[in-house]
Design a protein around this ligand. Structure first.
Ligand SMILES: Cc1cc2nc3c(=O)[nH]c(=O)nc-3n(C[C@H](O)[C@H](O)[C@H](O)COP(=O)(O)OP(=O)(O)OC[C@H]3O[C@@H](n4cnc5c(N)ncnc54)[C@H](O)[C@@H]3O)c2cc1C
Length: 372
């Protein structure tokens, strides 16, 4: 007979939900993940770049990863500077395969995943959450269902209010484009409040951009601009992926006594860089430990315990505020690109030179800017 009673049900088999489910199942809990898509990686809405910190703790299979340790940063008029840090790198990934691997690991850990099954709400009965129109129930419910979380809405939890709008597509690598660099384009007219990018992947390149909502990204204009510099083959219309990236920081509240939000649903994304995969996995695993401790040993409310451990993003939120509100325009970017202090600033942001939060890094930048 099908087991309908679980210790934990997670809604959403993305990076956060799967990471948390694995940790819970390894502690011996009965865990199910419910996912609306029919199979893993059906709808990808991420570029899938992993930062070094995650690569080294998570160990994704090398066959799905392309190591990149250089960034080419372009000003709006396409002058560029190359940034490199010998001790830092990113992984561009075959994200679909990576998510499939992540799902396999989850099943091997003992959790089950129910694909093609949308969460339509739940009711509280006898201390359990019972999923709508089913007999499936759990003691603890986790909403890892992305930036527009249904779980957050149902339980009147905090909701993401600020977003970047991202869009991207895969192309054949164009001749003349360096495959060794992560190409990053600054252009306030085109990608207001964020950047555009070309990421050399495993077999193709990903071209994408994000803008600060509500400004819609004009992808055709980006392709037109890039096509003036590289022969980008747009004869076969690639499938475009689009998505919302929360950039307002942690939502409040993000838990109740028996419900917790994780990943994008909770706003666990760097407000500045928009990197969300590292926090989704890292905090997802931490949350798994805390929920297991709570259910197995009557430990404290996992949301409260997690709250103390979470990054507050105060500093990155302040930088995001500055980025949104300072009168930065393309002429300024064109001038800054050749300045040594701008190079150091970019180095700090991309490669965590001395650490983004380190006073020393910011002292270096200020000293250099005063000298030049
Ligand atoms: C264009 C773009 C590029 C990005 N690039 C990067 C990058 O390079 N590096 C990086 O670190 N971050 C990047 N991000 C951010 C990153 O992708 C996310 O922060 C990360 O994927 C969040 O993982 P998650 O598990 O919280 O949510 P998601 O990956 O969104 O997973 C949520 C899951 O829940 C499912 N779901 C939703 N509603 C329901 C429902 N009602 N019932 C059942 N299932 C449901 C969805 O189908 C989905 O599978 C990017 C985002 C975008 C939009």
């Amino acid at each position: 007979m099908k087991n309908t009673t679980h210790d934990v049900i997670l809604i959403g088999a993305g990076f956060a939900g799967l990471a948390c489910a694995q940790t819970l199942a390894r502690q011996g809990l009965q865990v199910m993940v419910q996912e609306k898509n029919p199979w893993p990686g059906t709808k990808i809405h991420t570029t899938g770049i992993l930062v070094k910190e995650l690569a080294e703790t998570w160990n994704p299979p090398a066959r799905y990863c392309n190591k990149i340790d250089q960034v080419r940063l372009y000003s709006p008029n396409m002058d560029y500077l190359d940034l490199h840090a010998p001790d830092y790198y990113f992984l561009a990934t075959d994200t679909r395969s990576l998510l499939r691997w992540h799902a396999e690991q989850t099943i091997q850990s003992g959790a089950s995943i129910r694909y093609g099954s949308i969460y339509n709400g739940s009711e509280r009965q006898d201390g359990y959450h019972v999923l709508a129109r089913t007999e499936t129930r759990c003691r603890y419910l986790i909403g890892s269902d992305g930036s527009r979380s249904r779980v957050a809405r149902q339980f009147a939890l905090g909701r993401n209010q600020q977003f970047l709008l991202g869009v991207e597509a895969d192309f054949q690598p164009p001749a003349g484009l360096s495959p060794k660099h992560l190409h990053v384009f600054l252009d306030q007219d085109l990608a207001r409040g964020y950047i555009a990018w070309i990421v050399p992947g495993i077999r193709d390149v990903r071209i994408g951009m994000a803008t600060r909502a509500p400004e819609p990204p004009d992808f055709d204009r980006l392709l037109a601009k890039l096509s003036r510099h590289w022969p980008i083959d747009t004869t076969v219309k690639p499938v475009r992926r689009a998505g919302l990236i929360p950039c307002g920081g942690l939502v409040h509240p993000f838990y109740t006594e028996s419900v917790l939000l994780l990943g994008d649903a909770a706003g666990m994304v760097s407000p500045l860089t928009a990197g969300g995969i590292h926090p989704a996995i890292h905090i997802g695993e931490q949350a798994g430990q805390m929920v297991a401790e709570h259910l197995l040993h009557q430990g404290e409310n996992p949301g409260r315990a997690l709250r103390r451990e979470l990054p507050r993003y105060y500093f990155k939120s302040s930088l995001r505020y500055l980025f949104d509100h300072l009168p930065i325009n393309n002429r300024l970017y064109d001038r800054l690109i050749s300045k040594p202090y701008f190079r150091l600033l970019a180095q700090t942001l991309f490669f965590h030179h001395r650490g983004l939060l380190s006073a020393a890094a910011w002292r270096d930048i200020i000293n250099l800017s005063l000298e030049t």
